[in-house]
Design a protein around this ligand. Structure first.
Ligand code: PLP
Length: 379
């Protein structure tokens, strides 16, 4: 029997693929996961327990509880992003928000511009709903190559573009200048802007976002969530923000997909936004220290890397070893039991790079980096 060709054509994520190899290696040290190692804040836990005790376990409205949408609206306004509570829909993590969005806006054959190094879900979501992926290039410093972006827009006339900062896997955040240049490149183009800002709460320098521009707002869709913000990846609460004409289509898909985000998780996120904002300061400070440590160790090993400005990943170049990303990661795993993810798991531009997640405890990072240093020395 033929199953969906569109689904058969997409591959399981390269991160998972590599992770499946890693779990077979006993006592490996894995720096592969995109999961915060912080505990969920106690206020978020308390709010979820209270919601259970008060029997708030029924469906919520499709869009989610209004009070939470109001708090998200306030939270975003601190970053100059203006969405009304009515323009926000709670989802089952950002993941559901992404698939709902692509389903709601694309027709078969529509083209979507995606960075050549990006979170793998974009490509799969676009393909599963019958869209075509066009990659736009990044430069060696992992910033957008604006010349090639402008050319791609002119040549392919895409329906939408995905912007993803802070970036998983590169850790890059838009500088003020890049943000302005991106705005200039997009302002006169007739295309939807899908901005995935899942890591907006983990930024070490200034935060500049394309979502703040009022003149783009009527065609901008912002995806966010609480997985990384409150270290609650398993609770599954994210959100999508867009003006009514877009959001109503997204909510339709969301409604038939899941009805609503988990009620208990929504109350947890509400508790977090009201009472756990200290957690964000804490994780930013802590991750910044780990970033500095990992960055300086990689440079000392002779690897080139752009210093990450957000999220908890670093994306060093391994080109000088002469190996492909896959070869490097396999050899590193086999010889040292240290696991990092091949850059190619993130798209065609990722060849020659590896992704290291540094959201692991310092001892583990030190041990892994010592082994990696020795490995490079012996090559
Ligand atoms: N967007 C990016 C860039 C991510 O890295 C992730 C998860 O790692 C997601 C979206 C989805 O997050 P979640 O579904 O856990 O909210």
């Amino acid at each position: 029997m033929n199953l969906s060709r569109k689904v058969e054509d997409i591959e399981i994520s390269g991160i998972r693929k590599f992770y499946n190899k890693v779990v077979k290696v006993e006592n490996s040290i894995s720096l592969t996961l995109g999961e915060p190692d912080f505990k969920i804040p106690k206020e978020v836990k308390a709010a979820m327990k209270q919601a259970i005790d008060e029997d708030k376990t029924t469906y919520t409205s499709n869009e989610g509880i209004f009070e939470l949408r109001k708090e998200i609206s306030n939270y975003l306004s601190n970053m100059d992003i203006k969405f009304l509570p009515e323009e926000i829909c709670l989802t089952v993590g950002g993941s559901e928000g992404l698939l709902d969005t692509f389903t709601a806006v694309l027709n078969p054959g529509d083209k979507v511009l995606i960075p050549s190094i990006a979170y793998p879900a974009y490509e799969s979501c676009v393909k599963v709903v019958g869209g075509d992926v066009i990659n736009y290039s990044l430069k060696d410093d992992l910033s957008i190559d604006f010349e090639s972006l402008r050319e791609s827009i002119k040549k392919h006339k895409p329906k939408a573009i995905v912007i993803s900062y802070p970036s998983n896997p590169t850790g890059r955040v838009l500088t003020k200048k890049e943000c302005e240049e991106l705005h200039n490149a997009l302002m006169d183009e007739e295309l939807l802007i899908i901005s995935d800002e899942m890591y907006s709460s983990i930024v070490f320098e200034e935060y500049h976002t394309i979502s703040k521009y009022e003149d783009l707002k009527d065609r901008l869709i912002l995806i966010g969530g609480f997985s990384k913000m409150f270290s609650m990846t398993g609770i599954r609460v994210g959100y999508v923000c867009a003006e009514k004409w877009l959001l109503q289509n997204i909510v339709k898909v969301h409604q038939y997909n899941v009805s609503c985000a988990p009620s208990i998780g929504q109350y947890g996120a509400l508790g977090g936004l009201k009472n756990s904002m200290y957690h964000i300061e804490h994780i930013q400070k802590d991750l910044k220290e780990r970033r500095d440590y990992v960055y300086s160790r990689l440079l000392a090993m002779g690897l080139e890397a752009k210093k990450p400005e957000g999220a908890f990943y670093i994306f060093p170049s391994i080109k000088r070893t002469g190996m492909t990303s896959e070869e490097f990661c396999e050899k590193l795993l086999n010889e040292t039991k240290v696991a990092v993810v091949p850059g190619t798991a993130f798209g065609p531009g990722g060849e020659g790079y590896v992704r290291i997640s540094y959201c692991y405890d310092r001892e583990k990072l030190k041990e892994a980096l010592n082994l990696m240093e020795e490995f490079l020395y012996n090559l």
